[in-house]
Design a protein. Structure first.
Lengths: 415, 256
């Protein structure tokens, strides 16, 4: 290694113990220009913190004081995987399926790949710099060349590990389609997953994500998505949060006529923080975005929604985009922070957004209680009905599991 | 006669402490098992307040008197316990419950009541059979029963859904709060048929209405006139006809 740890340290402003540990790990990895660029992008900010506008409510630097294992391994099971090809990332490495569905090819890269937009996604850059190991897999590239005959299920799961960093890159060839399921169930003190998804003409991807960590873990799930001509992307995420958890999607309509659905729900109990952030750039005419995010937060829990539509002057013409965020503060002491942003420079577009947060409707609660439904059950049922709208577009095989997870969470916590 | 609903000098206020307004003022009423009583009265007489006080809605405070159902003190119970005890309110304005289909809602309510009473849950086939039969009687298609409760239903459909729920839940005592409002003639008859089908020596009902019209279809045993938060006149069905002819002013003038 040409650079010493001391040199690397100088790239960071006030590195904390966690960043020093990450620097030391980086120094152990094989040298690579691509990896170095990702590391430089990460060094610009270090672990993102509250003085950065995009991270003002989700402070990883404060939450990740040191890189250390959590009390317990993963506490939740991944989504059901019947009939799916499972790829599991643990701290020890990756487990690949014995057989792959038709239409899917895997390429295991031992050299680091370039990450576009790295400067915009600090934890994505960190993951690109730190995923992989000496002599092992660095990036897993998945190429989809036809209609995938079975869903692909990516699991990240720790077993009382310090970190679990993984990077997957998916290329969807023209007309190809993929059902992608992801279960990010924590189990490491700091888990970070980076997905890069590039969709070519007429490609279709349905992505369904479960995030569930423990109250002593940090989790980042970062997706950089590029949509080609007339491609269709449908994302559904259910987040339960962790000590700090961020699901970030940075999506670009790169060619015209593409269609994106970005739905999600977050449910946060005491001590849990879930951040659902998205940035959508309408970088080509006549593209469509539909976004519904629902949240429900209990006393001592924190929910964050940040959504941005960016519509440039000429290339963004005929954009059709709608962003809705609705959240329930189920108890006093619940916190929800929301920032919907429309940045529109084109003049012939249809863009709308709505943002509400409040308590359950007392009229609905009384009506249900008058019919004999106990208050706690009524609250849980109303909340379940409220968030389930955001989960309707999930993959058929796991939708019920998402709803069951939401239902049992609400039955246990809502009183 | 077996006592069903018994109100004795009931008084209640609505609103926050410093702005509380007395709406029910020493109201006494007795409805025995097997009877249907009507309460009529002008706007602002306290008709809807009475139904909310009896079912335990937040925001209403009982300041005096008592209310019992089959001898049990209603005022001490949570709304869901009153429901499990057999008290049902058909709402003047049924509430929309997005995301919860009619069937799911009614089954949840039915099983919650059964659980509270220490009874077994209804089996899925029994529930479906019963809901199909009653739905048919009330012109509610199986498709309508799969839709979220009251969401996108017309005023008349919502009222029929209230009666559907009542018939499914088989309460001991039902309060129908202006069930006739927003109904056309045919819907009125359908609703009345449903209510009449539930008339039973073991059941009591209180029908709250502005107009005599509904009482042509649901023949009350007694008619009470509510004004200023208390019953000021009680009579047979002929009282409703007199009210229709002479108006509240005529009848109230005489009582005062």
């Amino acid at each position: 290694m040409v650079l010493s740890v001391t040199d690397l340290k100088d790239k960071f402003r006030n590195p904390g113990p966690a960043e020093l540990e990450l620097i030391a790990r980086y120094a152990m990895l094989p040298e690579s220009g691509q990896r170095e660029r990702a590391f430089e992008a990460f060094a610009e900010t270090g672990l993102p913190h509250r003085r950065m506008e995009a991270w003002k409510w989700t402070d990883f630097k404060a939450a990740v004081k040191a890189v250390e294992a959590p009390e317990q391994g993963a506490q939740s099971a991944p989504l059901p995987a019947a009939g799916q090809a499972v790829i599991e990332f643990t701290a020890g490495g990756v487990t690949l399926p014995d057989t792959l569905p038709d239409g899917i090819q895997l390429h295991e890269r031992t050299d680091a790949q370039a990450l576009s937009d790295a400067e915009e996604v600090p934890l994505g850059a960190m993951t690109a710099a730190l995923a992989g190991r000496v002599g092992g897999l660095d990036t897993l590239i998945i190429e989809v060349t036809g209609e995938a005959s079975a869903p692909l299920h990516i699991v990240t799961r720790g077993d009382r590990d310090e970190t679990n960093f993984a990077r997957v890159s998916i290329i969807v060839r023209p007309g190809a389609s993929l059902d992608l399921v992801e279960s990010h169930v924590g189990g490491a003190g700091f888990s970070s997953f980076l997905l890069e998804l590039s969709m070519q003409e007429g490609g279709a991807v349905r992505r369904t994500v479960l995030q569930r960590g423990s109250a002593d873990e940090a989790q980042a799930i970062t997706a950089v998505v590029n949509l080609g001509d007339k491609s269709e992307y449908v994302q559904t995420a259910l987040a339960f949060g962790a000590k700090v958890a961020r699901l970030e999607t940075r999506l670009t309509h790169q060619e015209s006529g593409s269609h994106a659905t970005l739905n999600g729900a977050y449910l946060c109990a005491k001590g849990f923080h879930a951040d659902y952030t998205s940035h959508v750039r309408h970088g080509a005419p006549s593209s469509v975005t539909r976004q519904v995010t629902k949240g429900a937060v209990l006393d001592g829990g924190t929910g964050v929604f940040q959504g941005k539509f960016h519509v440039p002057r000429t290339i963004g013409q005929h954009t059709d985009a709608d962003m809705q965020h609705q959240a329930l503060l189920l108890e006093d002491g619940a916190e929800i922070f929301a920032k919907p942003e429309l940045e529109i420079y084109a003049d012939d577009v249809e863009c709308a957004h709505g943002n509400t947060s409040g308590a359950l409707d007392p009229n609905q609660l009384f009506y249900m209680r008058q019919r004999g439904i106990p208050e706690a059950q009524a609250r849980a049922l109303l909340t379940e009905a409220f968030v389930s709208e955001a989960l309707e577009e999930a993959n058929d095989g796991v939708r019920d599991a998402l709803l069951d997870a939401a239902r049992s969470f609400l039955a246990e916590t809502v009183a | 006669m077996r006592p069903m609903l018994k109100l004795d000098q009931l008084s209640a206020t609505v609103g926050e402490d410093d702005e509380a307004k007395a709406i029910i003022n020493g109201l006494s009423l007795y409805v025995p098992a097997g009877e249907v009583h009507a309460i009529m009265g002008p706007n602002g007489a306290g008709k809807s307040t009475l139904s909310y006080v009896l079912t335990g809605r937040d925001g209403y405070e009982v300041t005096g008197g008592s209310a019992t159902l089959e001898g049990d003190d209603l005022l001490d119970m949570d709304p869901e316990d009153r429901a499990a005890k057999g008290l049902f309110l058909s709402f003047q304005y049924p509430v929309e419950i997005p995301g919860v289909p009619v069937m799911t809602f009614v089954r949840t309510a039915m099983n919650a009541q059964r659980k509270a009473r220490g009874e077994e849950e209804i089996s899925a086939p029994d529930f479906i059979k019963k809901s199909r039969e009653l739905g048919k009687q009330l012109n509610l298609t199986p498709d309508m029963l799969k839709r979220p409760l009251n969401v996108g239903f017309s005023g008349g459909e919502k009222k029929r859904l209230e009666i559907f729920q009542m018939m499914m839940l088989e309460p001991h005592f039902a309060i129908l709060d202006e069930t006739d409002s927003g109904l056309d003639i045919d819907a009125l008859r359908t609703v009345a048929d449903g209510v009449n089908a539930l008339r039973d020596p073991e059941r009591g009902m209180l029908v709250i209405t502005h107009y005599q019209r509904l009482l042509d279809h649901i023949k009350p045993d007694k008619v009470h006139v509510l004004a200023g938060g208390k019953i000021i006149k009680t009579g047979g069905p002929e009282l409703a006809l007199r009210l229709e002819k002479e108006g509240y002013d005529g009848v109230l003038g005489e009582a005062a």
